[in-house]
Design a protein around this ligand. Structure first.
Ligand code: GLC
Length: 539
């Protein structure tokens, strides 16, 4: 497939689907999803018309942060299965033409990782400076004012050697010193291990934090602090966005590029736009796809989202692919943020914007935030910050995927307590029910992903905003060769009569989010229903 600029890679045209492995499918009756469970659901994955699966971490871990605290980067946690299970899953996905992307967590390890056990054992251990150790401040206490994302200081005192170590998440996630050549080399070796096994790439965790200020200077107060998020109290000018981190990402990219096939490097770049574009690399030698989180943070407002898309399109490096995301395992569910009807429109938006969309498991069913009783909260961020956990805890977006109406929704056998409670609406909202309903969210999702596969304008066409003069409507054109598609989305929850006659007289509805309308329409009098999105083929 080409766009006139050469061949496009799968990651420029396809869809990435994120699986949170603990919550996808339990195969061994322990209430937790696992790798054989995912293998068992290959048909489902294939029917989603996705190009790749990204697995949140499945490595050995004490699970303080549910796998984002890695104790061994090259072994599989027994909850998920074995390396052979992993190989079988990889072969199974590849057999269906689906790529597999792993999560790489290079910023920190678990405090149980052998590297850290050595590092903390004595000041003169050869691995001491693999982590970031500092003396207490002159009067005692933490070496500086840096904060953890999960509440409290980013430093924990270690009695054995009388120093503090740095962690910007839980104290059980000590941060590696990636300036140390041996540490970087060890991480690149981890990548080679998985690439040699055949994985198709990595999603890199918190890349904007990889390098910290070498002088460990205090961070200034944030004058615009909202007073709610404790971590937002400071401006993170010494822990985030240090220019030197780009060298680390370039080294990772070089490893990926050293392998045959189209392997991909993706970044969890939850950073402001002006920083985000830097992660493509000045010589396009960093992330293939730095995630753009703006849609997650944006209000559901047609004008603001249009502006955001236009701004990003304007500042993107030439021929760079945007990488939009709308949800993930750290964010409230789309259907809970916008409501169930708007969630359908949001999904059409995500799957029709230019670039590579990443979809979070369960959003294809319109899953809502789960209800987690206080005594079942597992998310360390929520447990550490009870003050803000009333607002959202990440478990709410991590509940098991409901497959059918059998006990435990087919996620786990009867009588087993799933690791997190099922969403309350599972008897109504589940895969089996939606698969049998031609107007369900799942049917819409599959129709959208099929359309992307068949229409070059959607998978890799150009983007152009269209002015409809209607408040609350966002419209754009996607063009590839002779194919022109018009996407019209209502954000306002109201009906509109639009005149887009200057584009063409007539058009054909390829898909409506309501899944009721088809056929030809007059573009001079286009009726857009409340909470409707349309994909139109302009002739
Ligand atoms: C990333 C992950 C999140 C995790 C954090 C620390 O933001 O998405 O789940 O808690 O990094 O690894």
């Amino acid at each position: 497939m080409t766009d006139g600029n050469g061949t496009l890679a799968w990651w420029q045209t396809g869809i990435i689907y994120q699986i949170y492995p603990l919550s996808f499918q339990d195969s061994d009756g322990d209430g937790r999803g696992d790798l054989p469970g995912i293998l068992h659901r290959l048909d489902y994955l294939a029917d989603l018309n996705i190009a790749a699966v990204w697995l949140s971490p499945v490595f050995a871990s004490p699970m303080r942060d549910f796998g984002y605290d890695v104790a061994d980067y090259t072994s599989i946690h027994p909850w998920f299965g074995t390396l052979s299970d992993f190989d079988r899953l990889l072969a199974g996905l590849h057999g269906r033409g689906i790529k597999l992307i792993l999560d790489l967590v290079p910023n920190h390890t678990s405090d149980r990782h052998p590297w850290f056990l050595e590092s903390r054992s004595s000041r003169d251990n050869p691995r001491r400076d693999w982590y970031l150790w500092r003396d207490p401040a002159p009067g005692g206490g933490p070496p500086n004012n840096w904060l953890s994302f999960f509440g409290g200081p980013a430093w924990t005192y270690d009695e054995t050697t009388g120093q503090y170590y740095l962690h910007q998440f839980t104290p059980e996630q000590p941060e590696l010193n990636l300036r140390h050549p041996a540490v970087l080399e060890a991480m690149l070796e981890v990548m080679r291990f998985w690439l040699d096994r055949g994985v198709d790439g990595f999603r890199v965790d918190v890349p904007w934090l990889l390098i910290k200020d070498a002088g460990f200077r205090d961070e200034p107060e944030n004058p615009a602090w909202d007073g709610i998020d404790p971590h937002g109290r400071l401006l993170h000018i010494h822990t985030a966005h240090q220019p030197e981190l780009h060298r680390i990402i370039r080294a990772m990219r070089a490893v990926v590029d050293g392998y045959p096939g189209e392997r991909v490097l993706i970044g969890e770049t939850n950073v402001p736009e002006e920083e985000l574009v830097k992660y493509y690399g000045a010589a396009r030698d960093e992330f293939h796809l730095p995630f753009n989180f703006r849609l997650i943070h944006a209000p559901w407002d047609a004008r603001k989202i249009r502006q955001m898309v236009e701004t990003y399109e304007a500042i993107l490096p030439q021929r760079a692919s945007p990488a939009w995301v709308l949800g993930n395992h750290d964010q409230p569910r789309i259907a809970s943020r916008f409501g169930p009807d708007a969630a359908r429109v949001a999904t059409m938006l995500l799957l029709t914007l230019r670039g590579t969309p990443t979809c979070y498991y369960g959003d294809e069913l319109g899953m809502e935030n789960g209800v987690i009783p206080r005594d079942r909260i597992r998310d360390p961020q929520a447990l550490n910050q009870p003050g803000i956990s009333g607002v959202f805890n990440r478990d709410e977006a991590r509940t098991p995927l409901p497959w059918d109406t059998s006990p435990n929704a087919g996620f786990a056998p009867e009588g087993v307590d799933p690791w997190l409670p099922l969403g309350e609406d599972w008897p109504m909202r589940n895969v089996a029910r939606q698969a049998a309903d031609p107007r369900s969210m799942l049917a819409l999702f599959r129709a959208l992903t099929r359309l992307r596969q068949c229409h070059p304008a959607l998978s890799h066409g150009s983007y152009e905003s269209v002015d409809t003069k209607a408040d609350g409507v966002f419209a754009y054109k996607r063009t590839a060769g002779a194919e022109r598609l018009l996407i019209v989305l209502d954000f306002a929850g109201s009906e509109h009569l639009l005149d887009s006659g200057e584009l063409a007289d007539g058009a054909e509805i390829l898909l409506s989010t309501g899944m009721r309308r088809t056929g030809r329409v007059d573009l001079r009098r286009l009726r857009l229903l409340s909470n409707e999105g349309l994909i139109l083929k302009i002739s």
